[in-house]
Design a protein around this ligand. Sequence first.
Ligand code: SAH
Ligand code: SF4
Length: 353
Amino acid sequence: MKKNLIGLSFDELNAELVSIGEKPFRTKQLWHWLYHQGQTDFSQMTTLAKDFRAKLADLYTAEHPKIVTEQTSVDKTRKWLVEFADGKQVECVYIPEEDRGAVCISTQVGCAQGCKFCHTGTQKLMRNLTAGEIVGQFMTARDSYNEWPTPTDETRFLSNIVVMGMGEPLYNFDNLSKALKILMDGDGIGISKRKITVSTAGMADNIPALADLGVKLAVSLHAPNNEIRNRIMPINKKYPLEKIIAACKEYQRRCERRQYITMEYVMLKGINDTPECAKELMDLVKGLEVKFNLIPFHKWDGAPFEPSDKETIKKFSKILEDNWFAAPVRRSRGEDIMAACGQLKSAKGNKEA
Ligand code: SAH
Ligand code: SF4
């Protein structure tokens, strides 16, 4: 199989070209074609010498993940099932706002964390995605919207990236950070670090390092104490709330500028949605600068929970807001195509490809 160049860092691409006897000055040109133009066909890279193009085509590919299915919701949310070279599949989603929007990308096929409320969690972890496969999802999204070459920041629709798809990103940290550096490169895809958010179920060891990458942090908190959290998130046994909160403090200490953390909180009926929970939650985050994001629970077939009532969610939000916390209730998007939070599931993830 030919090697895919997508996912190589600039230095690696340079080393690759040197290894086939090319001059290093060509790396920058090729980088531009790959990541600024989004060109997947070497023969179309018209500023490159003809013999160089032929050599590239001989040895490499620059393909983006293949779209297996594409669905667009009544609310314009778009979901893709994409497939990688080995046949493994993940889902990614575009969530449009007025004149911009976020692409939600995956970092693993399946997920080992097994959170009880999450559809992805019912699926075993098959494997980590490579840096190229993580970057490639965003490139495929750009293909789908014809958003090449990289538009200016102001004119692009695919403006933000949220790493909130399938898998636990901080258990695939090396590939994630390599991918983010490529996505952030100003001579290529050019998504600024302030427009990237990484969501974690609480793998505390790698939380502070997100500050060094400069990206935003979202924590799937979902419970105000260890007792409740242990029941719904197995990862809490290894990384209990004290460890997560300490890691969040370290993240904020390391951030260059003041950076709030988004605390995600899925509202589960009778489990974590009482006024006492809201109060306990506020005590828990003392000393941190946070915004809450209350997520209505999205039910899937066989899910062991019910969503909290609208009124209960409102009350919960009001308690937090009366105490000066931002606590909006997240608007549900793309529910008709199963594209909402925690509903992603790959078609072939469970089968051997
Ligand atoms: N593994 C990472 C990122 C992916 S999950 C994490 O857990 O943070 C993205 C968000 O959707 C998380 O906050 C997750 O807890 C939430 N989520 C999972 N299942 C959900 C469901 N059924 N309804 C609503 N939100 C859900
Ligand atoms: Fe994995 Fe996140 Fe789902 Fe938990 S919520 S099972 S960590 S994808």
